[in-house]
Design a protein around this ligand. Structure first.
Ligand code: NAD
Length: 425
């Protein structure tokens, strides 16, 4: 069974009855204990500030009306406007969006940008939507959410199944109601107030932290063979940055299938020529699942959540995993891999380049001033390094793994803001 069907069959039960939100809360709880925080804080942050669930009637071009479910979950505004992507996927459900919204709170705090956490989505297979249908779904989602969105309330961005065009529709629909306000959404096209550098930011950040980990482990990029699951926004730019850093990308997979090539793929050439991994002519075929367990040094899951779980963690051969996707490891797979000495760079650090890039775009929109791409890249690289170093230092200080350390840094920052506001604690 392929990874997507299995995740769907498991009904979002990431790990034997533990929901995705419970997994995130378990990490928050662990960090809270290390920081000796009151249990009230953990209680307050185990739930969301606000949750909106909507119906989206969609007139299908093929005839008939489908009624889709849409979500926006606002987890926290303790450190600023809520920030987080919108996902269009058939597996989107309340538990997943809640978990991802909470992760955004910890991610924005870890990389120290002035945002809180939120997430949205629509339960729909985006490959079944025509362009017109996707626009209608997006405009309806925006209209229904309009009172809870805003540059200083909640700022969406792309996630799986949504892209720069989707963000342009959100900006336009919001503007019809509230007037010109490009900072209401990030990840917009360059021709419509997007920021040069934002599109590549998540993948670039993934490799930035991978290089940080390699340095700490005394390994050279040229010794590293990389496998990447997911060849969308995150996977493509991570592959490109890995090649530019001197690593060899030996495995690639997307929903169409996978390929492996011992000599390493020429990513620049592939990106220009092929739309799907299965179309790449060189290399041996493998499934979207097999890329996770193939022989490599660095594994980058950059597709769905829950893909490394009890069914396959024992077969993982990589010594370093950098989580491009959100929650690609279940709680028990994570524990088992850490026990085997595999270094796991957690999602809230590894893929935070996206929200960092969104922050730069938001800042430029508010200032009405465009940065050159060199400034964007420099700021991104510098701030990702600071976030990596603080996580590494916390792991040494508390004698814990990198995921726990990342939560320690972020939970401490959110708790401080919460206390200073005079909330509860
Ligand atoms: P995307 O839609 O651009 O790409 C997703 C990729 O995953 C596609 O190549 C798709 O074919 C592949 N995929 C889907 N099912 C698969 C399967 N069963 N086996 C193998 N490949 C499969 O999405 P994205 O924006 O690249 O996001 C990927 C992950 O990264 C998600 O978990 C998302 O939450 C996370 N993320 C994205 C960003 C961002 O800026 N785009 C930021 C932070 C985190």
């Amino acid at each position: 069974m392929d990874v997507e069907s299995r995740v769907r069959k498991e009904g979002k039960m990431h790990n034997k009855g533990v929901s995705a939100l419970e997994e995130v809360n378990a990490y928050v709880f662990r960090a809270g204990e290390l920081l000796k925080l009151s249990k009230d804080f953990i209680k307050a942050f185990s739930t969301s500030e606000r949750e909106l669930i909507i119906s989206i009637p969609l007139r299908r071009e093929s005839g008939g009306i489908d009624v889709l479910t849409g979500y926006r979950i606002q987890h926290s505004s303790a450190r600023g406007p809520r920030k987080g992507g919108i996902r269009y996927h058939q597996s989107v459900d309340l538990d997943e969006v809640r978990a991802l919204a909470s992760l955004m709170t910890w991610k924005t705090a870890l990389v120290d940008v002035p945002f809180g956490g939120g997430k949205g989505g629509v339960t729909v297979d985006p490959t079944t939507l025509s362009v017109r249908e996707k626009e209608e779904v997006t405009r309806r989602w925006t209209r229904t959410m309009v009172n809870i969105l805003g540059p200083h309330r909640d700022v969406p961005a792309p996630d799986m199944g949504t892209d720069a065009q989707t963000m342009a529709w959100i900006m336009d629909e919001y503007q019809r109601i509230n007037g010109f306000s490009p900072a209401v959404v990030t990840g917009k096209p360059l021709g419509l107030f997007g920021a040069p550098g934002r599109e590549e930011a998540t993948g670039r950040g993934v490799i930035g932290v991978a290089l940080g980990a390699l340095m700490k482990l005394n390994k050279k990029p040229s010794e590293i063979r990389v496998a990447i699951q997911g060849f969308g926004n995150v996977g493509v730019y991570a592959a490109l940055a890995a090649q530019e850093a001197g690593m060899k990308v030996v495995g690639l997979a997307d929903v169409s299938g996978g390929k492996t090539n011992d000599k390493g793929f020429n990513i620049k050439e592939i990106i220009g020529k092929y739309k799907k991994v299965s179309e790449i002519p060189d290399g041996k075929d493998l499934s979207g699942d097999e890329v996770l367990t193939m022989d490599c040094d660095l594994l980058i899951p950059a597709a769905l959540g829950g893909v490394i779980n009890d069914s396959n963690h024992e077969k993982i051969q990589a010594k370093i995993i950098v989580e491009g996707a959100n929650q690609p490891l279940t709680l028990s797979a994570d524990a088992a891999l850490q026990k085997r000495g595999v270094v796991v760079v957690p999602d809230i650090l590894a893929n935070a380049g996206g929200v960092m890039g969104s922050y730069f775009e938001w800042t430029q929109n508010i200032q009405e001033f465009r940065w050159p791409i060199e400034r964007f890249r420099d700021e991104l690289d510098t701030r990702m390094k600071i976030a990596f170093d603080s996580t590494w230092e916390a792991s040494l200080k508390y004698g814990c793994d990198l995921r726990t350390a990342a939560f320690v840094v972020s939970v401490e920052r959110v708790a401080t803001a919460f206390k200073l506001r005079g909330d509860l604690l």
